[in-house]
Ligand binder design. Structure first.
Ligand SMILES: [Fe+2]
Length: 148
């Protein structure tokens, strides 16, 4: 089982790292957004955070179910993620733009993980990744509408 799932576990740990960085960034933006869109974005970032923290847990538990070990530390996550933390305090429009860039990157990682999971017939992982991809698509059109 470990052999068949080795690649899937590696993909899932990469996404676990991305989810961790994204969830933390969403809290940062939730707390630090300023300006006339404060109430809207403060709430929207919290909703997105709730989704990502749920997927963070679901990805880790899927890794365990497959016989793998979820990354143990924030340091390991930072070494494995494709995303950048944001140590600045950007304006609201920049926050939205940066999240869109992050989501575009993560959705490609999700697609690669889906392909890897399909190759070994792992429907349970494909279903989880479908849910995440749908969630990203939903968040992306809403964030794009903010800029329209
Ligand atoms: Fe809050």
């Amino acid at each position: 089982m470990a052999d068949k799932s080795t690649n899937v576990i590696a993909f899932l740990n990469g996404l676990l790292a991305d989810a961790s960085v994204l969830a933390r960034k969403l809290k940062h933006y939730h707390w630090n957004v300023r300006g006339r869109d404060f109430f809207t974005l403060h709430a929207a970032f919290e909703q997105m955070y709730t989704k990502w923290s749920g997927w963070y847990d679901a990805l880790a538990e899927r890794i365990v179910a497959l016989g793998g070990r979820p990354l143990p530390t924030l340091k390991a996550e930072l070494e494995s993620t494709t995303l950048q933390e944001d140590s600045s305090y950007p304006d609201a429009a920049t926050m939205v733009q940066r999240l869109l860039v992050d989501l575009e990157g993560v959705v490609q990682c999700v697609a690669r993980a889906q392909t890897g999971s399909e190759q070994v017939g792992d429907r349970t992982t494909v279903n989880l990744l479908d849910e995440i991809a749908d969630g990203i698509a939903d968040a992306s059109w809403k964030l794009k509408a903010y800029h329209a």
